[in-house]
Design a protein around this ligand. Sequence first.
Ligand SMILES: C[S@@+](CC[C@H](N)C(=O)[O-])C[C@H]1O[C@@H](n2cnc3c(N)ncnc32)[C@H](O)[C@@H]1O
Length: 196
Amino acid sequence: MDLLSRRRTLLTIGAAGAAGAGLLPLRLLAQPVTASARDVPYVPTPQDVVERMLQMAKVGKNDVLFDLGCGDGRIVITAAKQHGARGTGIDLDPERIGEARRNAQQAGVGSRVNFKVADLFDTDVSAASVVTLYLLPNVNTRLRPRLWQQLKVGSRIVSHAFDMGPEWPPEKTDQVDGRTIYYWTIKEAHKRASKA
Ligand SMILES: C[S@@+](CC[C@H](N)C(=O)[O-])C[C@H]1O[C@@H](n2cnc3c(N)ncnc32)[C@H](O)[C@@H]1O
């Protein structure tokens, strides 16, 4: 099982068990679920997986890459530093965005990248030629209609660890250190389906 899925399963099991046993503090159970609640915990992609994701998408200097849920910015920063791309990273966590901005300055790519505190479900991705994801299966599935609607034909999507469900099988997959990378491109048929 992938690290992220394992962590989420353990958290869910732990929370359910604690709640059942009356151990979970009531104030936590009573927390409202807001529109900007994080959909995915922070777990960074290992650097060798980042590099393979960028190779798989053939990222180059004419690309604009968006990482939705960018964490410390490593995918966007590597795309700029190693492949000459421009990029935007979106994350709901201001601490992660601060870290990503500092990492970009240190890597000398501050002028080619941009990091924003925002909800990925409120983000317009139409400027992207490449979108990278390390989210969760249900988040990918919810994102799919937005990707079909907003991205241009020929845009590439690469996801670490999770696919898009049976409605959108990947065109390619690859394995690095026991982790799966999934790859899709936007076709005319997706644009037509998104307008229907
Ligand atoms: C598994 S981490 C991936 C980090 C980075 N993309 C990487 O691969 O190293 C997922 C990130 O998504 C962010 N996140 C979760 N829900 C989000 C949302 N609705 N909008 C924006 N960011 C979100 C989390 O704060 C976390 O940093």
